[in-house]
Design a binder for this molecule. Sequence first.
Ligand code: 15L
Length: 266
Amino acid sequence: MSRILITGAAGGVGTLLRPRLARPDRTLRLLDIAELEPREGEEVLRASVTDLDAMTKACADVDAVVHLGGISVEAAWADILDVNIHGTRTVFEAARRAGVPRVVFASSNHAVGFHTPDEYPLGADTPPLPDTYYGVSKVAGEALGALYHHRYGLDVICIRILTCFPTPPNPRALSTWLSPDDCARLLEACLAAPSPGYRIVHGVSRNTRGGWVTLDEAAALGYDPQDDAEVHAAAVLAEHGDPGPDDPVFAHLGGPFTFPEFDVDR
Ligand code: 15L
């Protein structure tokens, strides 16, 4: 019997993963600031990732933490600093104090969002080039993961997730979609890999219009994506129109997050 703690379990990715990570031999301990109703095989905790005491208790008797909690878009610096950066440090520190051997951290393409198509496919060793304060928080989370691996020996896998939604939400996502099922496949690979050490991998499906980032690092963990956004292409383009290859949304990996209107301090 294993126990996995999922932070931010009521959020978008958490909601998609919850039924997909359920196993008869596994307890999912779901943590969020929002209320959750436990189902069979689940435990529910209502707490903030910024609360070290609560997080340390939440990490008791846990085999791995899947850290999804935090703000998932651009926001004011004070909020990003508290919830995403301080909160992520709190999660790693709580895991260390409670003796949790493995943390899987939901990073984002926005950690490297200002990289450009002439550099594609971006490897997981691509240097940080965040496109927002949100992206900065993901770079900080990856750095904290490296610290907690190298100083304290935790296994830490940072997944630079591209676009994880039930279906591709826009034309850019025809290249960047991570299907919910592939997301669960990647998480299972991250949880099962023997002694992964510290790694950064990309979270994306095997999209026909992909090739923006490498899949090799995730494949080395055992990830074998089965889905392709192309099956949704006709519907997505009918709804949103075809922006064409010269549209600014394709000028950087981070797409709209690089646009001036994402500057919250303007
Ligand atoms: C992310 O990191 C965001 O959390 C999500 O809302 C999407 O915008 C996604 O990146 C993306 O780049 O599509």
